[in-house]
Ligand binder design. Sequence first.
Ligand code: GTP
Ligand code: MG
Length: 284
Amino acid sequence: MGFFKNLVSRLTSGPVDWDEVEEVLIRADLGVPMVNRLLSALRQGGLKVSADNVRGVLKQEILAALAQPAWDPQPSGDGPFTILLVGVNGTGKTTSCAKLAFWLKSQGHTPLLAAADTFRAAAIEQLVSWGSRLGFEVVRGQYQGDSAALCHDAWNSARRRRIPFLLCDTAGRLHTKGNLMQELGKVARTLSKQDPAAPHEKWIVVDATTGSNALVQATEFHKAVGLTGVVVTKLDGSGRGGIAVAIAQELGLPVRFTGFGERESDFRPFDPIVFVEGLLDAHG
Ligand SMILES: Nc1nc2c(ncn2[C@@H]2O[C@H](COP(=O)(O)OP(=O)(O)OP(=O)(O)O)[C@@H](O)[C@H]2O)c(=O)[nH]1
Ligand SMILES: [Mg+2]
């Protein structure tokens, strides 16, 4: 049963066990502060408990946490608008980089991609093959080369050729590995020497199926590089997207895009209303 149906049945059939209600909400990965907020809103007297009322309370509280102006990137003057995608291994960074390039193209923008995951030879090939299939250019460096230097070269190339967007794919790394986190800091610093505003965006890519651990990942990456947003992937896999609410509320980071499949079109800008409806209707 989806978490919302489960919640409604616990609130509407007989005396309410609030510990059970809390457990249902916790298991939806919404994070403790949001769970507390929802519990107090649901407990407030005067509410005739019906599925519609519960839905209304959840929508209102969750939307308040997700409220943010839509992302409207403006290519900057001199150099490219630069987006760095970061995160732990296997969350969907490379795929999201390709999907984002595809989306930017659909909006009439030209992206250049930097295959800055130099740890794995296959990662470079993965991005290059997306590029040849979808028609965008990828700057590639040496396997095991310096990813900061590669991003530096890609930035120069984009600027010289007046390409308005630069997307940098980075290697997956565990947030507990200090040296790898420092390397990410170096990539960001190198780009900021080219243009103090770059990288304009530093987005963590999180896999919705990992649940609450994604909040820990986002917290640590935020400390290390100062994130500006989140991409939530694999929403097709689990029906669980609650973690996006926890990250947005607890770290104050906007969710920018969602991924819900392996194809380039399985990706769209984050729409809070569509997202909350999906969360409440999920079966998982
Ligand atoms: N179902 C589903 N699969 C996805 C989604 N996004 C990515 N994947 C798959 O997840 C796997 C890992 O994706 P990658 O893009 O290689 O992940 P990554 O973060 O770049 O991985 P590393 O570079 O190894 O850290 C691939 O099989 C992708 O096809 C998604 O939204 N839904
Ligand atoms: Mg990758």
